[in-house]
Write a protein that binds this ligand. Structure first.
Ligand code: ADP
Length: 491
């Protein structure tokens, strides 16, 4: 199936260390990449471990002086070239992405556009790094602040956005003058390797972007404990994030974490119900429900509950589930059989606790070879309650549970009753309520009458167990810069 990719040079089955595509000794073993729509093996990759990670760190360190001292304008030009090449190859990248992560082609193209937009944004930001001249407290000295790249950076990314979680770390790092060791998810390394190929073609010097894949705990440990790596950027589960944060604490290393979410949507009695229903279904079922900002828990005011539920079911039923490569498919497979088990578990639990199955609820009947895929029908559960697993845990699948509420205070309390704090959405036309609720929700990102909130110009990140730091936007670059104060005595 990978033969559908026109530019075969984009297909790599090796890591990238110091500009060399690197296999490992065969006794270290390999791992397979699967197509989640069929279960078929797509590629066999080398299982890299600590040795290769150390070599990649050394390569990133060796080229750091050359890269950081390049004028920002030259670094920006390389990033812009990378951006152009990504867009020129978007159809090939989309094919690779859909094959390894399952998302429909239209969503893959959307992710590529947004990932490329990050690269373009940080190319433009690279030339705008500037320090400060402070008013000194005494005339016999001058006080300056300069901004410098933090140095060698580690990046660990998940499978659900095989490209855009990479570009939002790698582009600002390179823009700031840092060099990078990237560990993409073992489930979706092919997109990452295609991106690295294009970065090389754009003229990125050898060693500025290195890729290691394989034994995640061994690679992660090396990245977090190395004295050379000065910052770690991670997107993934809260469990692994906590582990890395503990290691970074020990090593006193900067870290940004973008972890789980359990996004609420509140639909108030005065909401535009059609807009809300469309937004809820679009958000909850994006990437088959596998994004950290997907609508997870929908709280609906009693007065509009029946109407909203009906509209949500109607929009859900219109969606086509199947192979993401097929035109017209809206919902692809889940990433693994384990992910399928989790969604099935949440649905069974909800129904056992009195939830009403309004749509979906099981694995759809699909012909071979899709019968071997990890599909679950888009599902709506009515009369959901807070004792259900889908209230407490992130489902990460195509499930929309509808809960009832009667007062604003109750809605905000329910929404905030989670360890997570990434994205929250609400629908109202009342201006005072809009301000109040936006301020009261304990989340890093708020969508008011809107679910498409992600953009390269806006800060992405969470509070509470959803993480630390912000990616994208003008805030995203400062994560890769150290502030240095210079006091000049005039004698
Ligand atoms: P998800 O549930 O999204 O797969 P994970 O946190 O398991 O979340 O995975 C996100 C990224 O973290 C992947 O690249 C994965 O390989 C990596 N990872 C998993 N375990 C570790 C670990 N112990 N140390 C470092 N990285 C890890």
């Amino acid at each position: 199936v990978l033969s559908r990719v026109k530019d075969h040079g984009l297909l790599h089955t090796a890591g990238l260390i110091g500009g060399k595509w690197t296999e490992t000794a065969s006794d270290k073993g390999t791992f397979e990449v699967h197509n989640p729509a069929t279960g078929a093996v797509l590629a066999t990759m080398p299982r890299m471990r600590a040795d290769e990670t150390r070599a990649a760190i050394a390569a990133a360190h060796a080229v750091l002086p050359q890269w950081r001292h390049k004028p920002a304008k030259e670094r920006a030009a390389i990033l812009r070239k990378w951006h152009d090449l990504i867009l020129q190859h978007q159809h090939d990248i989309a094919t690779i992405m859909t094959l390894e992560c399952g998302k429909p082609t239209a969503e893959a193209l959307g992710e590529i556009a947004s990932g490329a937009a990050s690269v373009e944004w940080f190319a433009a930001e690279a030339v705008r790094v500037c320090g400060d001249v402070l008013e000194p407290h005494n005339r016999d000295r001058r006080m300056l602040v300069i901004k410098q790249p933090v140095g060698v950076v580690g990046a660990i990314t998940p499978w659900n956005f095989p490209m855009s979680m990479i570009t939002r770390k790698v582009a600002p790092a390179l823009a700031a003058g840092c060099t990078v060791i990237l560990k993409p998810a073992e489930l979706t390394p092919l997109t990452a390797l295609a991106l690295a190929e294009l970065a090389e073609r754009a003229g990125l010097p050898d060693g500025c972007l290195n890729i290691v894949i394989g034994d995640a705990p061994a690679i992660g440990h090396e990245l977090v404990s190395s004295d050379t790596v000065r910052k770690l950027g991670f997107t993934g589960s809260t469990a692994v994030g906590r582990l890395l944060a503990a290691g970074a604490g020990q090593a006193v290393k900067r870290i940004s974490l973008e972890l789980g979410g359990n996004a609420p949507v509140i639909v108030f009695g005065d909401a535009d119900l059609e807009l809300a229903a469309k937004g809820i279904v679009g958000s909850a079922l994006r990437n088959a429900g596998q994004t950290c900002i997907c609508a997870n828990r929908v709280f609906v005011h009693d007065s509009v509950y029946d109407k909203l539920a009906e509209a949500v079911v109607e929009h859900t039923r219109k969606l086509k589930t199947g192979d993401g490569l097929e035109p017209g498919v809206n919902v692809g497979p889940l990433i693994t059989p384990a992910a399928l088990d989790k969604v099935t578990g949440h649905v069974t639990d909800a129904v056992a606790k009195g939830g009403k199955l309004l749509a979906g609820g099981s694995k759809p009947e699909l012909p071979a070879p899709l019968s071997g895929g990890n599909f679950f029908a888009p599902t709506v559960i009515g009369d959901a309650t807070i004792d259900m697993r889908c209230f407490k845990e992130e489902t990460f699948g195509p499930l929309i549970p509808l809960f009832r509420f009667s007062t604003d205070e109750e809605a905000v309390l329910l929404a905030n009753t989670t360890e997570y704090g990434l994205a929250a959405y609400f629908y109202t036309r009342d201006l005072a309520r809009a301000w109040r609720v936006a301020e009261e929700l304990e989340f890093g990102m708020i969508g008011l009458n809107e679910v498409a909130i992600t953009s390269e110009v806006a800060p992405f990140g969470g509070v509470k167990a959803s993480g630390l730091g912000r990616e994208q936007s003008k805030y995203g670059l400062s994560e890769f810069l150290d502030v240095k104060y210079v006091c000049m005595g005039l004698g």
